[in-house]
Design a protein around this ligand. Structure first.
Ligand SMILES: Cc1cc2nc3c(=O)[nH]c(=O)nc-3n(C[C@H](O)[C@H](O)[C@H](O)COP(=O)(O)O)c2cc1C
Length: 287
């Protein structure tokens, strides 16, 4: 049986994607991952301006996963438009690519999309709604249904390509925010982003930024619950399940919970061939 999935008008040859921020813009991992074997790739964040990102160290391992504060480092939309997306289009013309979009005001998200949308080479966008909203004292966009409605509606007007809204696992009622995203025009929901966390080494925080985001094994049950609750609340809404996947059985757990696709992040950083092995395992058992 084929593992192919048609989701929000995009044809994925299989349901396994690389998660945002862990595969750069494809080129960074092309030497170690067979990109054409993947179902799809979500790019690293793209913001309007270039961002240098957080102070080093940016990642720390702990028992149960990883803590990162990359600070959304990226070359900015003009560079991604001129260099990164054209590279991906030439290297992997058939690979579905979702561009992960960030902003610090509601208008910025739509502006990034506007600057990319006349380009070919990407299938859609994933809106990282865990960014701090500078006009709301740094509260993340995704924390408030009215703000989510505003961001998604503006992005909807900026493109006809599919939009996925990516949410934090730290929201009190994720399904309510997911519904606001859907009603404003999102075609799918990505669950979950990293969970805020802190780690010390003696009296020093282990990350240059102080706090960061927890990813990896500790996030698996958290992500499964977020997906399950959202799938129950929004039947038929495509969901990309993300968080803690390192085996084919974990991917199946996400499908059981209601995910349509699964994205792998941290586990692929440590072992770049892992997504391929998971795809092969799913093919052997028909999913
Ligand atoms: C180093 C690193 C960078 C990340 N960068 C982004 C990003 O740019 N945009 C985003 O939406 N999520 C980003 N994430 C979150 C991942 O896409 C994913 O949601 C999260 O890590 C959970 O999946 P995992 O446990 O498989 O890593 C990043 C995660 C890591 C570890």
């Amino acid at each position: 049986m084929s593992l192919a999935r048609d989701v929000a008008g995009i044809r994925f040859a299989n349901p396994i994607l690389l998660a945002a921020g862990t595969a750069g813009y494809g080129r960074e991992v092309a030497g170690v991952i067979a990109l054409r074997r993947l179902g799809g790739l979500v790019t690293k964040a793209v913001s309007l301006e270039r961002r240098a990102g957080s102070r080093a160290p940016r990642v720390a391992e702990f028992h149960g996963g990883m803590l990162n504060a990359v600070g959304l480092a990226n070359p900015g939309v003009a560079h991604v438009r001129a260099h990164d997306l054209p590279w991906l289009r030439t290297a992997e013309p058939a690979l579905p690519v979702l561009v992960n979009v960030v902003g610090f005001t509601t208008a910025e998200y739509a502006e990034v999309i506007t600057q990319l949308d006349d380009r070919e080479g990407h299938a859609g966008y994933e809106l990282n709604l865990s960014c701090p909203n500078t006009n709301a004292g740094g509260v993340e966009f995704g924390a408030d249904a009215a703000t989510v409605t505003d961001v998604v509606a503006r992005c909807r007007r900026a493109t006809r390509r599919p939009l996925f809204a990516k949410l934090s696992p730290a929201l009190p009622v994720i399904a309510v925010i997911a519904r606001a995203a859907r009603d404003a025009g999102a075609d799918g929901i990505t669950l979950v982003n990293t969970m805020p966390g802190l780690a010390y080494h003696g009296s020093q925080t282990r990350l240059g930024n102080g706090f960061g985001g927890v990813s990896g094994p500790a996030l698996l049950p958290v992500g499964l619950l977020a997906v399950s609750r959202t799938a129950e609340a929004l039947p038929g809404m495509p969901i990309i399940g993300t968080g803690g996947v390192s085996t084919a059985e974990h991917a199946r757990d996400y499908f059981r919970a209601g995910a349509t696709l699964v994205a792998i992040g941290t586990a692929a950083l440590a072992d770049p061939r892992l997504p391929e092995r998971i795809i092969t395992a799913l093919e052997r058992t028909d999913g």
